[in-house]
Design a protein around this ligand. Structure first.
Ligand SMILES: Cc1cc2nc3c(=O)[nH]c(=O)nc-3n(C[C@H](O)[C@H](O)[C@H](O)COP(=O)(O)OP(=O)(O)OC[C@H]3O[C@@H](n4cnc5c(N)ncnc54)[C@H](O)[C@@H]3O)c2cc1C
Length: 315
């Protein structure tokens, strides 16, 4: 747990540097699971200079921090009180078209409306991103994707802070793959913005593609449920017929569809989702996730890796 004296010192420094922050904030409201305890300090830098100030303050006071985006791929601890939360705000919440087809998109932009709007301006290819919850920075971190598309395939430049300096790299200059980037592995960078170079398309076809992806999403996922999407990555293995094995099939096969612990349930509609029925704790979800891993491993020999990340200590 952070000491009160450290928090007060950080607050004085943040005020002096005019970096916005909030104290004692419930993180449940900032997560798609609607799970998470109260964070003692959430810092919300709105521009690059404020991030520099913030990092200098946290380093000087030896305060650990974690970055929270849209909170849609996280299981947040019931007691997130041993670190400071850094959450981008201000200028990172907007995007602009620099010239026709070239977009600069802030890391704190909400993915769904941003990519719907960009698509509806007549630029094609990124319609799939309009169905993924969360923020653009979080989507970069794990190369978010669906329906055959992945964010980094459409990205020409990523701007991030690493070792106190702003870097700008093309995707070809970083390591990335399926639901993976070096940023996620190393946890040593803050994504600030991306640039995308998109081709113009036929507006009617783009609208059709937006609708098609939205319909697919609505028909395959539990609607209006509190979750963090797929709990486990698909294992990247084929069955005897050469068909890719899906995580949900394994969970179904071992009989865990609909299993309940406390306020959490393995979704009866899509069993790779764990849903919060209303009063779930992080521990409830963790219990079910561990049960899935144990049973699937014992009965099929396959080890499922979590796609949802833990934010703070859970067990
Ligand atoms: C209903 C539902 C459906 C989903 N469907 C999909 C899908 O089809 N495809 C898919 O890929 N994902 C899917 N997801 C998961 C999630 O939406 C994506 O992974 C999303 O891109 C995460 O973004 P976020 O801003 O919410 O990140 P968060 O959950 O806030 O954070 C995820 C990770 O990124 C880090 N992070 C966030 N922002 C930054 C930053 N600016 N700089 C450095 N680190 C940062 C965090 O520290 C954390 O490690 C789904 C989730 C839900 C709830």
């Amino acid at each position: 747990m952070l000491k009160e004296i450290q928090i007060q010192e950080a607050i004085q420094n943040l005020q002096a540097s005019q970096v916005p922050f909030r104290e004692n904030l419930s993180l449940a409201s900032l997560s798609s699971f609607k799970i998470g305890g109260t964070a003692p300090l959430v810092v919300e830098p709105g521009e690059d200079e404020q991030i520099y100030s913030c990092l200098a303050i946290l380093q000087k006071l030896d305060l650990p921090f974690k970055i929270l985006g849209g909170g849609s791929n996280l299981l947040i601890s019931d007691h997130p009180d041993d670190f400071v939360v850094l959450r981008l705000a201000g200028s990172y919440k907007s995007y602009e078209m620099l010239e026709p087809g070239i977009f600069r998109i802030g890391a704190a932009t909400n993915t769904t409306p941003t990519f719907r709007q960009i698509s509806q301006k007549g630029y094609k290819g990124v319609e799939f991103l309009s169905t993924i919850p969360g923020w653009t920075g979080g989507a970069v971190m794990q190369n978010a994707g669906c329906y055959g598309g992945e964010l980094l395939d459409f990205t020409s430049k990523i701007e991030f802070i690493r070792n106190g300096e702003i870097h700008s790299k093309k995707p070809s200059e970083i390591e990335y793959g399926y639901r993976f980037t070096e940023f996620l592995q190393k946890k040593d960078s803050i994504i600030l913005r991306v640039e995308m170079k998109l081709d113009e398309g036929n507006l009617e076809e783009i609208e059709e593609s937006l609708k098609d992806k939205r319909d697919k999403r609505n028909s395959s996922q539990p609607e209006n449920k509190k979750s963090a999407g797929s709990m486990f990555k698909n294992p990247r293995l084929n069955d005897e017929q050469g068909k890719p094995i899906k995580a949900w099939e394994l969970i179904d096969r071992v009989g865990l569809r609909g299993a309940i612990k406390g306020g959490a349930q393995i979704s009866p509609e899509h069993c790779n989702f764990i849903v919060n029925l209303g009063s779930a704790t992080a521990l409830d979800v963790h219990y079910l996730a561990s049960l899935v891993q144990e049973k699937v491993h014992k009965e099929t020999g396959i080890l499922l890796n979590r796609e949802v990340e833990y934010f703070g200590s859970i067990p």
